[in-house]
Design a protein around this ligand. Structure first.
Ligand SMILES: [Zn+2]
Length: 634
């Protein structure tokens, strides 16, 4: 109750300041209000900002623990350094990690507390350059590009488009769509460039924004870009993590994760550990909430992850390029443990071929990502998109001039990436009416994959893409309501493209035909057709043989198109064969009658009958048929 030294001290101060009574009340109120405001701010923003310590490693167990358990400043996707030895590192420690950090007992000193990036912006030239982007500035920049290039560029609210809703703090994710006739959905192939899954990587979104600007400005003069914009829908998402980036600007420039409030009181999920492919299984992915690489409570738990995944499922991107900082590297498509399992397999040859091409143009190195749950791994494994993570720069927030120079270095690789075409592309369609199908394509035989990797065709357009090595491959294709197709595909040399549409046959009603066999000439034979397809047309032709049959579009009809077959195409063939053509009754059934006069010359002769049904939209309107039925004349 305000006893002890405090009680004695405060009146003394107030006395010294000679504040009148009414003034004292004001001061008290002010102090109370400030305290309330601070508490509210802390509740909203977490318990405080990062500590940046300089730590002396000694090569022992504690040094190892620091490198594996703490946010040691290094390229954002690098695996924990196993190379120990005496040296100095910088480590970012969250307030709730302080105890664990101090318990390591490593010699350290405080370099700085995490400060709002905007403060550093104001303090130019002491702080980093002012020209990095806040989430609002990125949104405005995308809108400005739409205004400048109305026929080519359009800003899209992804949270609305995908109906996945807002982030934890109520923000939306935004994209710039670039295409000729940008306001139309032409069902063209698609590519996605994204950045800033990690908030503090302020130089990464500049690569995406600038690529969009270069594409728009180069459309009139660069034939490769013109061809790409005409043929493609290009999607640019400069900032996947607006809540985290806002926090970087307003509270703590070292913040990496999003702003989920974790049950234990800490904040944030590492969005680039939250994707479902092998989520939490491989590498150093952390299940500790306060960790800077916390993978989240479940796969795809985060709104930002959900939005990006929903966009990928809608658009079935051919290609995906994901910018991070820092490191001058294009990463392999698989985490280290998956990659080991694939040593020598064709999938790694394909992945390496395109990666080498891109990083060669950037003059970048390469390495494995550190963990599963990363975005490019998911795009590659679940959508079949050629997907890479690019680490730009040599720090998260270098002077802006360095980032401008970096973008110039990166652009030739991005341009080459935009020019790449899949080994095979085309549409997955239904045999009925050539309707587009959302299909799942299994490249396992061609790529020697074993982890359930699939390529998907786009909802709406049915457009698919496959990145395959040269050769003849069998590729299973599945779509709902259709028979699985084992497509025989001949893939061209790596780097070349080939167009091939894949046609799937709808699952058809089973059709059965029954008839007497043998048939005694002179009697009446009842032929009964059961198709379970009321109101559809039917036909029961006869023929002298069932092999070799005939081809009807991509289907094989097992009855010969001989003279007898053609003759039975006549509706009023003969009073001896009636009811062989017409409309199925309410049960989807039909009956025909055959009465051949007794003819000794025909004894032992064989006829074949087949029951067919018809529906518009199929080749020759032919929908389904029964097995061919034999009839021996007696
Ligand atoms: Zn990163």
């Amino acid at each position: 109750m305000g006893e002890g030294p405090e009680k004695k001290k405060n009146p003394a101060i107030i006395r010294t300041m000679k504040i009148p009574n009414i003034g004292r009340l004001c001061v008290l109120l002010c102090v109370l209000m400030t305290l309330t405001a601070l508490t509210a701010a802390q509740a909203q923003t977490g318990s405080g900002t990062s500590y940046v310590f300089s730590v002396r490693l000694d090569g022992g167990q504690a040094s190892m623990r620091l490198l594996t358990d703490f946010d040691v400043l290094r390229p954002c996707e690098e695996a924990p350094l196993l190379r120990l030895g005496a040296r100095e590192v910088r480590v970012i420690v969250q307030p709730e990690e302080l105890g664990a950090f101090r318990a390591l007992g490593l010699p350290h000193h405080l370099v700085e507390r995490g400060r709002p990036f905007q403060e550093l912006r104001r303090n130019k030239p002491l702080g980093p350059d002012a020209r990095y982007y806040t989430p609002k500035e990125i949104e405005a920049e995308l809108l400005a590009l739409e205004k400048k290039y109305p026929t080519l560029a359009k800003r899209v609210d992804l949270s609305l488009l995908t109906k996945t809703g807002a982030t934890h703090e109520g923000r939306h994710l935004f994209a710039l769509k670039i295409s000729d006739k940008v306001t139309k959905d032409e069902g063209e192939p698609t590519a996605l460039l994204a950045a800033q899954h990690h908030a503090r990587e302020l130089n990464a979104p500049y690569m995406v924004l600038q690529a969009a600007k270069r594409v728009l400005a180069g459309y009139a003069s660069d034939p490769l870009l013109q061809k790409t914009v005409d043929a493609y829908e290009l999607w640019f998402v400069p900032c996947v993590n607006p809540d985290g980036v806002n926090y970087v600007w307003t509270r703590d420039r070292w913040w990496r994760k999003n702003r989920r409030r974790n049950p234990g009181g800490s904040y944030g999920v590492d969005l680039n550990r939250n994707y479902p492919f092998h989520w939490g299984k491989c590498g150093s992915t952390s299940g500790r909430e306060s960790s800077s690489t916390y993978r989240g409570p479940s796969a795809a738990s985060e709104p930002e992850t959900k939005t990006m995944m929903a966009l990928a499922r809608m658009k079935a991107f051919d290609k995906y390029l994901d910018f991070h900082s820092y490191g001058h590297e294009v990463l392999t498509s698989y985490g280290p443990c998956q990659q080991r399992a694939y040593a020598g397999k064709r999938v790694l040859q394909v992945e390496a071929f395109y990666r080498t091409l891109i990083r060669g143009k950037m003059r970048f190195g390469t390495r494995s990502p550190s963990a599963s749950g990363e975005a490019p791994e998911w795009h590659w494994a679940s959508q079949g998109s050629l997907a890479y993570l690019v680490e730009v720069g040599t720090s998260f927030q270098p002077a802006f001039t360095a980032t401008v120079a970096e973008e110039k270095r990166v652009w030739p690789g991005v341009r080459a990436f935009l020019g790449l075409r899949p080994s095979l592309a085309g549409r997955v369609q239904s045999l009925k009416g050539k309707r587009s199908l959302a299909a799942s394509i299994d490249p396992a035989q061609a790529l020697q994959t074993t982890q359930g990797e699939r390529s998907k065709s786009a909802q709406g357009s049915g457009r698919y893409h496959l990145w395959l090595p040269a050769g003849a491959w069998t590729v299973p294709v599945q779509a709902s309501g259709h028979q699985p197709l084992l497509a025989k595909i001949k893939a061209p040399t790596l780097g070349l493209t080939k167009t091939l549409d894949l046609t799937l046959i709808p699952i058809l009603p089973s059709v059965s035909l029954s008839l007497p066999n043998p048939y005694v000439m002179g009697t009446t034979a009842q032929l009964a057709l059961k198709a379970g397809d009321p109101g559809k047309g039917y036909w029961i032709p006869m023929a002298l043989g069932k092999a070799p049959g005939m081809e009807v579009g991509p289907r094989h009809l097992p009855i010969n198109p001989d003279g007898l077959f053609l003759l039975s195409a006549k509706p009023n063939l003969s009073p001896n064969y009636v009811g062989h053509m017409g409309t199925l009754d309410g049960k989807g059934e039909a009956r025909a009658k055959l009465k051949l006069p007794r003819t000794p010359a025909l004894l032992g002769f064989k006829l074949y009958f087949i029951g067919m049904t018809f529906e518009k939209g199929y080749p020759f309107d032919l929908k389904a048929w029964s097995s061919p039925m034999e009839m021996v004349l007696r």
